[in-house]
Every structure is written in structure tokens, then in C-alpha cells.
Design a protein around this ligand. Structure first.
Ligand SMILES: Cc1cn([C@H]2C[C@H](O)[C@@H](COP(=O)(O)OP(=O)(O)O[C@H]3O[C@H](C)C(=O)[C@H](O)[C@H]3O)O2)c(=O)[nH]c1=O
Length: 151
């Protein structure tokens, strides 16, 4: 696994009314500090990739729909530089994922319903100087094949 990436499985407490699930606790010690909580919705088939940050860590959670999440370590001094990790997150697999500074991240929406992502960042967004760096989704160095492999 890419150095600094962490994943936590969420526990569903189901009963005859539905279910309850904790998402993120301060004693998880995952996020250095709270900066911002954000939500976005992406339509089926959309690929949002790749982004990385120089200051903030992200924690991703997909409460609805399902996504193929791809991480790529772009940190020069990292022992896992150049490593790719793939996770399947969403309503079928409720987990939170910590993405550290310098790890490029993106996702593809799977299935026929939109995916909702709720994410927590260790800094709030500064429109005058956004901590947002982009790499094309089909970057030749990352060389990730986003297609579903029928087998
Ligand atoms: C991130 C952000 C964006 N914006 C504005 C800026 C643009 O006018 C608009 C859409 O922003 P953007 O195209 O950067 O949004 P996404 O492509 O969904 O990217 C975001 O979600 C993916 C999953 C990431 O991983 C990125 O780090 C994060 O930036 O919202 C704000 O006003 N506040 C914010 O915190």
C-alpha cells in the first residue's frame, strides 16, 4: 500500500428501521485537523482524475453509488513513489480512505446510478490560491486502464 494511505471499514448497525453508521471520529487519528467537509455528485461513467494536493490530506467516503478509486504516489522522496493502488468504495463497501498530501487521486463512477462523495480535508479551500494540482486522467506515466475488464 502507498505510504501514508489508510483505510477504515465502517460498521453498519442495522435494525428494522434502517441502519446507523459512524463515519469519522477524532480518535481515529486519521485527519491531522479539520479543514472542510465537502460533497459532490458524479454521474454514471464519469471519471474525475487525477488531482493531488501539496498541503492537505483528504478523507473520502462514498455514501451512495459505487466508485473505483485510483491512487498514484507522485512524491519524489516516497519509498512507494510510482505505486498505484485501487480501491472499490461505495454503498456496497462502506469504508473511508485517507489520502495523504502528494498522492494523486481520482475515481470512476461504477454502475448505473450516480455516486455521491463526501470528503473531509485538513485545510479549507482558498479560491485565491487553491491547493489543487491536476494530472490528466489518461496520463502516460500513471498508465491506468480505467475500463472494466470482462472476464
Ligand atoms: C474543491 C472546491 C471547489 N470549489 C469550486 C471551484 C469550482 O468552481 C467548482 C468545482 O471545482 P473542481 O472542478 O475543482 O471540483 P472537482 O473536480 O469535483 O474536484 C474536487 O473533488 C475531487 C474529488 C478532488 O479530489 C479534488 O481535489 C477536489 O478539488 O467548485 C469550491 O468553491 N470549493 C472547494 O472546496
Amino acid at each position: 500500500m502507498i505510504q501514508g494511505v489508510e483505510i477504515k471499514k465502517l460498521v453498519r448497525h442495522s435494525d428494522d428501521r434502517g441502519f446507523f453508521m459512524e463515519i469519522l471520529r477524532d480518535d481515529d487519528k486519521l485527519l491531522k485537523n479539520f479543514g472542510q467537509a465537502s460533497l459532490s455528485k458524479s454521474y454514471p461513467g464519469v471519471i474525475k482524475a487525477f488531482h493531488y494536493h501539496k498541503k492537505q490530506d483528504d478523507i473520502w467516503f462514498f455514501p451512495a453509488g459505487n466508485a473505483q478509486v485510483v491512487l498514484y504516489d507522485v512524491r519524489e522522496e516516497s519509498p512507494t513513489k510510482g505505486e498505484t493502488n485501487v480501491f472499490y468504495l461505495g454503498e456496497d463497501n462502506p469504508q473511508i480512505l485517507l489520502i495523504p498530501v502528494g498522492v494523486a487521486h481520482g475515481y470512476r463512477v461504477l454502475g448505473s446510478s450516480p455516486a455521491i462523495i463526501v470528503y473531509f480535508t485538513s485545510q479549507s479551500y482558498d479560491p485565491a490560491d487553491p491547493d489543487e494540482y491536476r494530472i490528466p486522467w489518461d496520463d502516460s506515466e500513471i498508465n491506468f486502464d480505467w475500463s472494466t475488464k470482462n472476464r
